[in-house]
Design a protein around this ligand. Sequence first.
Ligand code: SF4
Length: 222
Amino acid sequence: MREILVLIDELLRGRYSKPQEKLEEPLDVLIRTILSQNTTDRNSHRAFANLKRKFPLWEAVLNGSEKEIEAEIRCGGLSWIKARRIKEVLGRIKKDSGALSLDFLGKISLKEARDYLLSLPGVGDKTASCVLLFSFAQPVFPVDTHIHRIINKLGLWANRLTPKRIEEIVEACLPRERFLSLHLNLIRLGREICKSRNPLCPHCPLKEMCKYYALRFPGESR
Ligand code: SF4
């Protein structure tokens, strides 16, 4: 499996290049990922940008009212739930660490850091992994809807896999320096080519290894 995953990463790097590795502020990643739940990339980016414009500091978000926060993130959907979660999460972090910062996650083990993130309200596997990968360069592999769809279309395993199972397999097999590029380039492939409706298979760099392609275009693969 390691060879296949490395090959996928190489093919995607060949199409999209190797993404720049630049650590991001962990609270930004956490809140951005909470805002991305159950909405489109475009709407969640707008919601995050609106929130940062109105409240440049997370301290101001913590001290703001749910109504004020909700007004800024409304375009991202489920705004009343997300506004409450964001305030709860910021409140918990401040109470637990004494500051509005997640920098302490870099000083504890990967397991402890993941467990802490998962203990926060509304934070699941994908959100926790995004923080650990984008902000601490840990060898974790967040699986979003694009990655889940692509991996199952490729049909590398006999059965459809859950996001959690994909995460476990990739984390066990892939060399750590490839986690970020495989994650980001699969998402890009999902946005541009392997769309949920009507994937543009003839343009896909992975078509030679894809079971869905072989079924949809018999005789054209391999
Ligand atoms: S060949 Fe088609 S289904 Fe397979 S990964 Fe590429 S776009 Fe998706």
